[in-house]
Design a protein around this ligand. Structure first.
Ligand code: 0HH
Length: 221
């Protein structure tokens, strides 16, 4: 049976899971969460939250635990322990920036001043060494350049990994809210994003109705 992703009808925290399954050309089923059912079944939703993944007898919540399971199972975790550690490291870096992005969208509602603040603190390369909670786009630009084997197309080694899909998603989210600045300041991240978007499986997924239109739950972003 195809893996089932249970979540709200938005991209949100389920998007990288869908990208991963698309990348390995594994069919999946998307099931819209029943909120009351989620709250009534702590056995299935142990933290009272989704996304949830059901794949055979695997039944998980917590998005990064799900992503790591998918990375292990579908061989998106690098070729050895060293690469696996780097995939984890980059995934955690994306998580740090995702939390800042989520605050911008859900708490600040993309207000102009908050957008400026987010760009200044978490995106402007001239401010990278200031206090930013370890969340900054330039860190990803540096890591991409550091991985010579990837040639600008992979963050870890030379093949596609879960790290790439996580970075793809966070760059995609920033491209949407800062389209001009991203092209101007981070052409290498935009080129990386476009490369991932063109990969077999991902290209078809992105153009399909399975890619839900709503990015976040408040129609912003
Ligand atoms: N640490 C968890 C993880 O990484 C965090 C999960 C989480 O925040 O998996 N889950 C939220 C949904 S993500 C949750 O279950 C935010 C998307 C909101 C979209 C709402 C769309 C409605 C549109 C019809 N929240 C429910 C809760 O906490 O009660």
């Amino acid at each position: 049976m195809a893996p089932k992703i249970i979540y709200f009808p938005v991209r949100g925290r389920a998007e990288v899971m869908k990208l991963a399954l698309a990348a390995v050309e594994q069919e999946f089923e998307f099931v819209q969460v029943d909120y009351a059912d989620m709250k009534a079944h702590p056995d299935q939703y142990p933290f009272g939250q989704c996304p949830r993944l059901v794949d055979g007898d695997i039944d998980l919540v917590q998005s990064n635990a799900i992503l790591r399971y998918l990375a292990r199972h579908y061989k998106l975790y690098g070729k050895d322990e060293k690469e696996m550690g780097l995939v984890d490291m980059i995934m955690e870096g994306v998580e740090s920036l995702r939390v800042k992005y989520l605050a911008l969208v859900y708490q600040e509602k993309l207000a102009d001043a908050a957008m400026e603040q987010h760009w200044s603190t978490h995106c402007d390369p001239n401010n990278a060494e200031h206090r930013n909670g370890g969340a900054h786009l330039v860190f990803f630009s540096r890591l991409l350049q550091r991985n010579a084997a990837g040639g600008g197309k992979a963050f870890v080694g030379s093949g596609l990994s879960m790290a790439d899909l996580c970075v793809f998603d966070i760059v995609d989210l920033h491209n949407r809210i800062f389209p001009d600045k991203m092209k101007e300041v981070y052409p290498e991240l935009v080129a990386f994003h476009d490369h991932v978007a063109s990969l077999p499986g991902i290209k078809e997924y992105l153009a399909s109705p399975k890619r839900v239109a709503a990015v976040n739950g408040n129609n912003l972003g």
